[in-house]
Design a protein around this ligand. Structure first.
Ligand SMILES: [Zn+2]
Ligand SMILES: [Zn+2]
Ligand SMILES: [Zn+2]
Length: 455
């Protein structure tokens, strides 16, 4: 049963003479849960005569504002906009594997791998293990040691996929929380060093210098970060070899999938990042975990371009919330015990605050990124030559929507170079009131947020 306040809001919106226009604005946001309100005007003026050809102002709109989609990539914040982002990511990744969006189809013949780089272990955690479709015990040890905190380091349970203990340490007091958040903080740097080492190894194997390599081969990649349940990021990446001009040029004959796989394996094991010692904390050397997955991507083979594009696109809309942290910044002044956090996430966040207060580690900005468990990198990145860009994909869509608006008479069609467009916009808020949120959900078929509600 909705709150009486919400019901009153719904009634007054429904009785508003502008209701029909409000409803069409809401539909135009595509079900955005937290649309941005813009106030302003757009004028089309004839450059030659100064005549006002067309003008639009939000003054006549419901509440004097235009509602536009928030365009977040985070599914936890807005499922509808995140879905648009996911679809764009899919197109972008797919184009780099199968061609399209300006990438020639010949790219399918270039060596291409799907690589997963993981974090090392920071302590034994509960895991769901399967072998040949059979569920195995989590961490069964007959002569299991007892840790200094009196906990037996064994778990014979066969965990279900939704069990909340998954990813949690067998002994939280033994777990290396510092190592975990430092790894997250330096994962992007480790990736950068990995890509450099990869090029060096490729060059060396071909008897070239790195500079000479660049004249023959472009290494293109697209990667996405994914949080494992234990709260550390790992990376999934598409790595492809092109000729010197990117996807339109073939790589030299020596640059095979095997040569690339060798370079990936070598680079993953070779690179490290050193965390300097700081007030009572020892220096640490961080590396990738021993688990490294390298698989060729082939059209119609075991691992297809669609599967890879779908996989990367899916993770592009997720953040750390699945680990049980919060989807917003947390301050050291917040009472962590009062926030709805999982115990493991709470300890990781507390560790970010503890290490973030040390002068020697200030560069890692662990306090600001505590809600991300230390990771402050981009979730999905790609090299310049990988395929098309988000900008191009969005522009295509905007162009399509504009053409539609013109053909249905909502927008005038003017010659671009003869018309001066003057636009003034200001931010006037975001989201829905309780009553509006209920109506918007009914209009767009997008369910409301589980908690919190409108802001
Ligand atoms: Zn949205
Ligand atoms: Zn277990
Ligand atoms: Zn212990």
């Amino acid at each position: 049963m909705p709150h009486p306040h919400a019901v009153a809001g719904m009634v007054s919106r429904l009785n508003d003479p502008h209701y029909a226009r409000w409803a069409s604005q809401v539909r135009a946001t595509g079900g955005c849960r937290q649309p941005i309100h813009l106030r302003g005007k757009v004028q089309h003026i004839d450059r030659a005569t100064g005549e006002l050809l067309h003008s639009y102002s939000t003054r006549t709109e419901p509440d004097g504002v235009l509602r536009v989609p928030c365009k977040t990539r985070r599914a936890s914040r807005c499922p509808a906009c995140a879905e648009v982002y996911r679809a764009d990511t899919y197109q972008l990744i797919r184009a780099g594997l199968a061609g399209g969006k300006g990438v020639p189809e010949t790219v399918t013949a270039h060596p291409c791998l799907f690589v997963t780089l993981t974090a090392p272990s920071f302590g034994i955690v509960h895991t769901r293990r399967e072998k040949n479709g059979k569920l195995l015990p989590c961490h069964a040890r007959r002569d299991a040691a007892t840790c200094p905190h009196g906990r037996v380091m064994s778990c014979a349970a066969r965990h279900g996929s939704e069990e909340t203990c998954l990813g949690e340490p067998l002994c939280p007091d033994c777990y290396d929380y510092a190592g975990s958040v430092l790894f997250n903080a330096l994962a992007s740097e480790l990736w950068r060093r990995f890509t450099l080492a990869l090029r060096r190894r490729l060059a060396k194997a071909a008897g070239l210098t790195v500079r000479e390599l660049r004249e023959q081969v472009t290494v293109s990649f697209a990667k996405v970060a994914e949080y494992q349940r234990r709260g550390v990021v790992h990376f999934h990446a598409v790595i492809r070899l092109d000729g010197p001009d990117g996807p339109s040029s073939p790589p030299p004959a020596w640059a095979t999938a095997d040569a690339l796989a060798d370079a990936v394996r070598h680079a993953a094991s070779a690179v490290a990042v050193t965390v300097p010692a700081a007030e009572g904390e020892p220096a640490r050397v961080l590396r990738w975990g021993a688990q490294l997955d390298v698989r060729p991507i082939t059209m119609g083979g075991e691992l297809t371009d669609q599967a890879v594009a779908g996989y990367i696109a899916k993770y592009a809309t997720k953040a750390a919330e699945c680990v049980g942290t919060l989807d917003r910044r947390i301050s050291p002044l917040d009472d962590l015990d009062a926030l709805p956090l999982r115990a493991h996430a709470r300890r990781l966040i507390a560790e970010c605050f503890r290490l973030g207060a040390l002068d020697g580690l200030a560069d890692l900005r662990l306090t600001q990124w505590a809600h991300m468990l230390g990771f402050r990198g981009h979730f999905s990145t790609k090299s310049r030559r990988y395929s098309t860009t988000f900008g191009q994909i969005r522009e295509e869509r905007a162009e399509h929507m504009r053409a539609e608006a013109v053909s249905t008479g909502r927008l005038p069609l003017f010659e671009e170079d003869t018309v001066l467009v003057i636009a003034e916009w200001e931010y006037a808020g975001q989201g829905y009131s309780l009553g509006d949120a209920l109506l918007a959900a009914a209009l767009t078929g997008v369910p409301l947020a589980d908690s919190g509600g409108p802001r």
